[in-house]
Design a protein around this ligand. Structure first.
Ligand code: IVH
Length: 679
């Protein structure tokens, strides 16, 4: 088989697997095989770039870096919707519609109003050729490489009735679970958390590096189909056709024949919407027949044939009974409002987020005040304001603790940071517990059978102090341990007990964890800013814990993607004698302290002693290939432009900030050809 045939075969096969997985929830192939085929395709495409198909699944993993996004005009303007907030206003809409249609029968399609980012996708001859944001409705940003990372969005649409040119529109979003995963990861490395899923989605769609976009699993629900001429009679037909063509159309829509049916739909979703994978703030009601839509027409901003019904902001008011100060793994102190229980969106709320000391000041809230709470995209409701009219003599100022609520160590705050920190990293109980939880998580040592209060119990009984103690646990020490807990989250009583089966599971998992790859072990150590990806890079570069521990700051920063902040954090961590002992104990227990170093075969020394940074994309190199080429010839890759940088290699679509900084500092810029010339 020649390369072209194989590329075609692999493209079709992988697209088929993707379609089965994302559209039909059928897994026809295991991850390993899939990845191997994808790798084969990637390699072939690198050898024969001209043969890469526009619907290649390799486009989904990103790799394009855009400077500024080009502006594109929308073929059809992207309008907004009028809002209504009550049944009465909705009845007025219904009356207007019926009047505008001279009293004819009317059907509505009710959909959920998804809370994300409006996107528009253009298909030509079945291929996804452009994806854009709404912008001002007339023109938006062209973000095609980022749009292609949406796994549920077909890159090619096939079928006898697919028009040669069409557009689909929908709401791009970050699924709640994905939002939480990303925030968990940020928490892992002590990064500030993303505020809410909507902002996170909007920020992600506008990121310049599509590989980063691809790592965040964005999704999109489609709700409009546009072509000229129209090929459907009704909106319903268009939804069904999009679904049949493989687009992700949420099954939540319903056809309604009367206002009361619409109201029933609204009532039903008022509570059900919280079971969805994304936030929704209302319902969209659309006239079904296109002919009737045309008859009704548009105002300057929005269609007369559609309207949004907004659910009332999910707010409630209650009294602030107290504040609990929680201490996280990195020592950050977070205030949590303890509330008089109140019903909000079908659940009883007892706690709400207060974020940090600044937020308490901003709100001007006092103890025993009546406060407003709201449920937004986040899972935990937040305090949004104070009902000062209801303030009584009982209200008392909140005195922010100066000392850790758990270990009484004095708190400190760094310049410009919102959180206070407890510096007693090693002995502060909640920090210690969080460190254990970090250590046992799946992506670290994968001893999750120790979750759910079990670690707490082991610490409580002084069976473990350091995660290294886990490797000295025995069945005798564990069997029969038992404790009743009052779960603060649920308010329920729970019993944690170590029976034979539980103990077996735990000891097996601990034993098995010894085989976890070194990168996972390195991540498990809980070094600030060292997430799993950074850990993997460090392993590729250094190969062993001893090499990392021995590396001075400069050597650490020479590793790909390790900047001064991570390097300093590593140096500090390894300088601590207790941490060294911790490592030795883990080593003795049999944990992996070495990984496979990606040794780059030396081709020459033409670049010896020189530092490089690149920006944009290149005709003859993928990012990895370029990085390898630099290393293989004695050069060093750095992470940012500085005076010391020897060369900035500039490709297609370079990043504007790197270019201007290089110009400012007088750093030589070279093209891909010039780089090859250096070799
Ligand atoms: S239809 C002309 N359907 O709401 C009508 N919009 O205020 C165009 N939205 O920018 C929009 N869910 O981002 C429609 N099921 C849905 C929607 C929806 C969310 C957003 C969309 C639009 C905004 C309109």
């Amino acid at each position: 088989m020649n390369p072209e045939q194989r590329i075609n075969e692999l493209t079709d096969l992988l697209n088929h697997y993707n379609h089965q997985y994302y559209q039909n929830s059928v897994s026809e192939v295991d991850d390993f095989t899939f990845d191997r085929l994808l790798e084969e395709l990637t390699t072939l495409e690198q050898q024969y770039p001209d043969l890469r198909r526009p619907d290649s699944p390799t486009l989904r993993v990103g790799g394009t870096v855009s400077k500024e996004f080009p502006t594109v005009f929308h073929r059809f303007p992207m309008l907004s919707l009028g809002n209504t907030y009550s049944e009465a206003e909705l009845a007025e809409f219904d009356t207007r519609v019926r009047k505008g249609l001279d009293g004819a029968e009317v059907e509505y399609i009710c959909e959920l109003k998804f809370d994300g980012v409006a996107l528009s996708m253009t298909y030509e001859n079945g291929l996804l050729v452009q994806g854009a944001t709404r912008g001002d409705g007339v023109r938006g940003d062209e973000i095609t490489p980022n749009i292609r990372t949406i796994r549920t969005l077909p890159l090619r649409v096939k079928g006898p009735n697919v028009p040669a040119l069409f557009e689909v529109r929908g709401e791009g979003f970050l699924p709640l679970a994905e939002f939480e995963r990303i925030n968990k990861e940020r928490e892992d490395i002590g990064e500030p958390l993303l505020a809410n899923p909507r902002n996170a989605a909007s920020g992600t769609f506008k990121m310049q590096d599509s590989a980063v976009v691809a790592s965040r699993r964005l999704d999109c629900y489609l709700y409009s189909f546009l072509s000229e001429p129209d090929i459907f009679q009704t909106h319903e037909e268009s939804l069904n056709a999009m679904k049949a063509w493989g687009f992700n159309v949420s099954d939540t829509w319903r056809k309604c024949r009367s206002l009361s049916e619409v109201m029933a739909f609204i009532d039903e979703w008022d509570t059900r919407r919280f079971d969805l994978p994304l936030g929704t703030d209302g319902i969209v009601i659309k006239v079904n027949r296109y002919e009737q839509q045309r008859q009704l027409g548009y105002t300057a901003k929005s269609p007369r044939w559609a309207i949004a019904y907004k659910y009332k902001a999910l707010a409630a008011s209650t009294t602030l009974d107290g504040i609990q100060y929680q201490v996280g793994r990195t020592g950050a102190v977070t205030p949590v409002a303890l509330l008089k229980p109140v019903l909000l969106a079908g659940t009883v709320v007892k706690r709400a987020s207060l974020h940090n000391a600044n937020e308490i000041q901003r709100l001007g809230v006092m103890l025993h005040d009546t406060v407003f709470i709201e449920k937004g995209g986040e899972i935990i409701p937040k305090v949004t304001g104070v009902d000062t009219d209801k303030r009584t003599a009982l209200s008392q100022p909140i005195i922010y603790p100066t000392h850790c609520p758990a270990c009484q160590t004095e708190l400190y705050r760094r310049e410009g940071e919102a959180h206070f920190y407890c510096p007693n990293e090693k002995f502060c109980p909640p920090q210690r517990q969080a460190r254990f939880e970090h250590f046992i998580q799946r992506r670290a040592m994968n001893i999750e059978s120790l979750g759910e209060g079990k670690i707490e119990l082991l610490i409580d009984r002084e069976l473990v102090q350091s995660p290294a103690d886990l490797y000295e646990l025995t069945a005798e020490k564990l069997l029969g341990l038992e404790k009743a807990y009052h779960d603060q989250e649920t308010g329920k009583k729970r019993v944690v007990s170590f029976r034979q089966k539980t103990v077996d599971n735990i000891l097996t998992a601990i034993e098995r964890s010894k085989a976890q790859p070194f990168a996972n072990v390195l991540f498990a150590l809980g070094i600030r800013y060292v997430g799993l990806t950074t850990a993997e890079k460090l392993v590729d570069y250094f190969g062993s814990i001893d090499a990392i521990a021995a590396a001075p700051l400069e050597a650490l920063t020479a590793a790909p993607e390790v900047g001064p902040r991570i390097a300093q954090s590593l140096v500090d961590w390894f300088a601590d004698a207790d941490n060294r002992v911790f490592i030795e104990r883990l080593r003795l227990a049999g944990l992996q302290m070495e990984g496979e170093r990606k040794v780059i075969e030396q081709e020459g020394s033409a670049l010896a002693g020189k530092t490089f940074l690149y920006t944009g994309t290149f005709a003859n190199f993928s990012r990895e290939a370029l990085e390898e080429k630099i290393a293989a010839n004695g050069g060093k890759l750095v992470s940012s432009v500085s005076k010391k940088l020897n060369y900035l290699i500039v490709g297609e679509n370079p990043g504007p900030s790197k270019i201007s900084k290089a110009e400012q500092l007088g750093v030589p810029m070279i093209s891909e050809e010039e780089f090859q010339g250096l070799l």
